[in-house]
Design a protein around this ligand. Structure first.
Ligand code: PRX
Length: 632
């Protein structure tokens, strides 16, 4: 399965395009199936519908855990590094993980969960998070992990959308010097939940802080585990049974519950993990993401465990106790593959190099990034200082919806090139197209990025909204539309230039502008808001809100703080605006559409060259906004 040379890559890629079914069935054959599939792929772009390994039956945890018990039972599956370096780390072998997952799966069953039920997981980065995810998968419950930095309102929206029957949480969580009151946030979410679908809450004791336990609903994790058997036969799943739902922001409206199913997701995450990270037996692999995001699902939990790898989980933040923490952890465990986000690199490169140089990073063989474009300066710093000028960088492009990495440079096989993610993995057929939907051929070229053939882990839907699924990703014929723009250079390498819709990527997190605007518009003093992104040297992009008020206020700074508090409360701190400007009006077209193009330029600090603004209903407002902006 592992590609080692460029010739092999070219050859494998060619085969994967000429005979996709043959190609994927050979890879799928490496796994345990309870019943073999009858048809590798059936698809229909118009419906849209994608069915991989139809007729096949399996359980992904049998492949993540049971399969390794013969020869890897005593190998470390998970290394957990706590927030506080003075607390003891945990190492969990495959045998122990199998046991813990089975025990917790039995707890879920005992508490009334069965196949197809949705379980919401709102936990910090502790091993129990991975155990909970796998326990759900073992009994066929659909997990919906919500990042433990989200507010009670965001949590409630997600619980309601999927009508989750159970919530798994902790008393609190540690992040650097902060303690987050997770149970308190969860309680509030359950109070405001419209569906009131959650029947049971299981609470892990992490911080020991005081929490309220509601009799009949809330149970302590430890108590629930008492007497639970370590024997839990797997639930037999159809290849197309849903494995999980994971929410991601859209350009409008409520978050989208992206659905992934069992068979195709398993095959793709394992295949991509082994190739993209060139993982070899015994390697120590570390992805710094949170399991609350797709990166954590596919490349902390499923991909590595399917491959029998040793995967690390880090509870803390890169700057605690100091900004050399990542590098100390790399040295401590002799990490071979390190995978992080450009925003983390940009933040860390601002600190003195001594913080890097005091650690021995010579174990590193692959260093990667994901989540947003990595700018050349950060790429060069990463290569030189973390990669000793020679370790290959993998800039991996993919999305929550794609389930796994689609474009990158396989290390040791393809050359890395700053600002370019690289070439498609075998089985992935990217295309560029213009605004009319026409394919743009040749090199170099530019356009919107589409994928013109299904791959096994393509999302199968948006929970409860197949109409939106169709509209968002399949509005152009015979392809999946990514929402990104891209360039293709002479080598055929792709550079992702950014979103072409109203999603802004802040520190690697997808944020739709509309839901944040709605929160601001709910403030009694606000008439209308427009949010745009502007370049930020650490976050990549930051949010700039232009707000029209009902009346002038004396204390604008106070009001701006209040608005940000409101956003943090309703959505989460990650959605706070770096800049808030109160304006007399917003530039609008005659049809009433806000001209965001102009606001983006103003936010980026430009004072002229706004193109043709004569079609605006209110061109004078542009000058007023600029005047006030320069006075800021
Ligand atoms: O715009 C692209 C950007 O992140 C978006 C997907 O975000 P999300 O679903 O949260 O998944 C992030 C982790 C897979 C994409 O549409 N993006 C992701 N990776 C890259 C990237 N942009 C440029 N280069 C990347 N390597």
């Amino acid at each position: 399965m592992q590609i080692k040379t460029v010739e092999q890559y070219v050859d494998t890629y060619r085969k994967s395009v000429a005979d996709p079914e043959g190609f994927w069935s050979e890879i799928a054959g490496h796994f345990i199936w309870k019943k073999p599939w009858e048809k590798v792929l059936q698809y229909d772009w118009d419906k849209p519908e994608f069915r991989w390994f139809e007729g096949g039956q399996l359980n992904i945890t049998e492949n993540c855990l049971d399969r390794h018990l013969d020869d890897k039972a005593d190998r470390t599956a998970i290394i957990w590094e706590p927030n506080d370096p003075n607390e003891e780390a945990r190492k969990i072998t495959y045998r122990e993980l199998h046991k813990e997952v089975s025990r917790f799966a039995n707890v879920l069953k005992k508490q009334g969960i069965s196949k197809g039920d949705r379980v919401c997981i709102y936990l910090p980065m502790i091993p129990e998070l991975a155990i909970a995810v796998l326990a759900c998968a073992r009994i066929g419950a659909i997990h919906s992990v919500v990042f433990a930095g989200f507010s009670s309102k965001s949590l409630a929206t997600r619980i309601d959308d999927a009508t989750c029957k159970m919530l798994l949480t902790a008393d609190g969580g540690y992040r650097g010097t902060k303690t987050i009151a997770l149970k308190e946030i969860a309680d509030k979410a359950l109070e405001i939940s419209e569906t009131q679908s959650v029947e049971k809450v299981i609470v892990f004791k992490r911080t020991g802080q005081n929490v309220d336990m509601l009799e009949g609903r809330d149970i302590w994790w430890e108590e629930a585990l008492e007497g639970a058997s370590a024997d839990c036969p797997v639930e037999v799943m159809e290849a197309e049974d849903p494995l999980f739902i994971l929410y991601t922001s859209g350009s409008t409206g409520k978050p989208k519950g992206i659905i992934h199913t069992t068979g195709g997701y398993m095959v793709y995450t394992a295949y991509s993990f082994i190739n993209v990270f060139q993982y070899n037996e015994g390697d120590i692999y570390w992805c710094t993401a949170d399991i609350g995001w797709i990166t954590g699902h596919s490349y902390i939990v499923y991909g590595p465990l399917l491959a029998g790898a040793t995967t690390m989980m880090f509870e803390g933040v890169p700057t605690f106790p100091d900004a050399g923490r990542f590098w100390q952890i790399v040295e401590k465990y002799k990490v071979n593959q390190f995978y992080t986000a450009p925003t983390a690199i940009r933040a860390l490169m601002k600190y003195p190099l001594e913080l890097v140089q005091r650690s021995d990073l010579s174990s590193l063989r692959v260093i990667g990034t994901v989540g947003e474009p990595i700018n050349e300066e950060a790429w060069v710093w990463y290569k030189k200082n973390i990669g000793n000028g020679e370790v290959p960088i993998i800039d991996t492009w993919w999305q929550t919806e794609t389930g796994g990495i689609l474009i990158t440079t396989i290390p040791g096989v393809l050359h890395d090139e700053p600002t370019y993610a690289g070439l498609p993995l075998p089985g992935v057929q990217p295309m560029l197209f213009d605004e009319m939907g026409e394919e743009v051929e040749g090199f170099p070229s530019e356009g919107r990025l589409g994928i013109k053939f299904p791959w096994p882990s393509i999302t199968r839907g948006i929970w409860g909204d197949q109409e939106r699924y169709k509209r968002t990703y399949f509005s152009f014929e015979n392809r999946y539309f990514t929402g990104d723009g891209a360039l293709r250079n002479k080598r055929g390498y792709y550079r992702i230039t950014g979103r072409v819709d109203d999603v802004i990527i802040v520190s690697g997190h997808n944020l739709g502008t509309a839901p944040i605007e709605d929160v601001i518009d709910d403030h009694p003093l606000v008439v209308e808001t427009a949010i745009v992104g502007f370049p930020h040297d650490v976050k990549g992009n930051a949010l700039y809100a232009f707000i029209i008020l009902k009346q002038n206020v004396d204390e604008e700074d106070e009001l701006a703080l209040e608005i940000n508090r409101l956003i943090a409360k309703k959505i989460g701190p990650i959605a706070k605006c770096d800049k808030i400007q109160f304006v007399p009006g917003l530039p609008k077209t005659r049809s009433g559409k806000i001209m965001r193009r102009i606001l983006r330029k103003i936010a980026a600090g430009e004072t002229s060259d706004f193109g043709d603004i004569s079609t605006l209903l209110n061109p004078e407002v542009v000058e007023k906004i600029i005047q006030k902006n320069s006075a800021l």
